[in-house]
Write a protein that binds this ligand. Structure first.
Ligand SMILES: [Zn+2]
Length: 327
């Protein structure tokens, strides 16, 4: 086992109030039983970080150092008691909650090791694993017509995967920038989500000879795109809900769902093992070139400028898809 010097103190991002990110020097965490210590190379900024950044009445500030960074990758620098099969020096993507920091600890069972082919590559494991898990459950095959509603990082990556696998993708988004992006990811058609549902349904009917889509993936997380998604499915089509519906209960047109005999998939995972297997699938897809997310990492900033990454997430300027913070 190689020896690596580990400083007693490290730099970490701390949200001290809504929209205020400070870089503080704190104690470097020590790996406990079944944990490893990782020198963080980078951590993705996730849409789910936004409420923390903007502030909600029930959040307490300051946040714990490094929180809410959960899309980290880096190199193992120490292993805790009981850890087997993980070596110091190994490069990994990992699941944790404090990766906006120079060092973070993670459970050994949450790691996926990165092959040397990916040396130097950014590998935010959690969102890539999420994409592969949605992909697996969407069961898209060559020849399918697939509508994808919402073209952030997840929607754009699913567009790439589906197009490359031989499906015809109809990409639907409010932003012209995202629709252009979808075209570059292989989408055959792009539709403006600012049009009325009637207009969008008509466009999709025209494109599918009135049959509707084999699969529709909703990646927005709001009522209206969910309603629209169901309307775009063909009879016995598959409605895949990948959006995170957090702002209250939804009403669904169960008459329509019944009438069309839809298969409805909630493509969310809760088990750590499911995330880890999705991450492993993502590593395979990266190595084989089936997925190429790099053009979507549009904002890469050092830890000092983490607040710029959060800001971009909130304002979504044209050109923004996904931010990475490099401690
Ligand atoms: Zn995430």
């Amino acid at each position: 086992m190689r020896e690596v010097a580990i400083p007693r103190r490290m730099r970490a991002a701390v949200l001290t109030a809504p929209r205020v990110c400070e870089i503080r020097t704190v104690e470097t965490p020590a790996p406990e039983r079944d944990q490893v210590l990782i020198r963080v190379e980078g951590c993705g900024v996730c849409g789910s970080n936004l409420p923390r950044w903007e502030g909600r009445p029930w959040f307490k500030y300051p946040t714990e150092p490094g929180s809410p960074g959960h899309e980290g990758w880096g190199r193992v620098v120490a292993v805790g008691y009981g850890v087997t099969g993980v070596d110091v020096g190994q490069r990994v993507a990992f699941l944790s909650d404090h990766a906006f920091a120079e060092y973070d600890v993670a459970s050994a069972s949450s790691l996926v090791s990165l092959p040397s082919r990916l040396d130097g590559a950014a590998v935010p494991g959690e969102p890539l694993g999420c994409i592969m898990n949605i992909w697996r459950r969407a069961m898209i095959t060559p020849g399918h017509t697939v509508a994808i509603i919402g073209l952030g990082f997840l929607g754009a990556m699913l567009t790439q995967l589906a197009s490359r696998s031989g499906a015809r993708v109809i990409a639907i988004s409010q932003r012209a920038f995202s629709r252009d992006l979808a075209r570059s990811m292989g989408a055959r058609e792009q539709i403006d989500l600012n049009m009325t549902d009637e207009e969008i349904v008509k466009r999709v009917d025209l494109a599918t000879d009135g049959a509707g889509c084999d699969v529709v993936i909703e990646v927005v997380g709001l009522q209206r795109p969910l309603d629209l998604a169901a309307r775009l499915c063909r009879v016995r089509g598959r409605l895949v809900i990948a959006g995170f519906h957090q702002d209250g209960p939804r009403h669904v047109d169960l008459f329509l769902w019944n009438w069309r005999g839809l298969d409805v998939i909630n493509a969310h995972e809760r088990e750590q093992a499911a995330y880890v297997s999705g991450m492993a699938a993502a590593i395979d897809a990266l190595v084989s070139g089936r997925i190429e997310p790099d053009p979507l990492y549009t904002h890469r900033v050092p830890l000092d400028l983490a607040s710029e990454a959060f800001d971009a997430l909130g304002t979504r300027p044209d050109g923004f898809v996904k931010a990475l913070v490099h401690p």
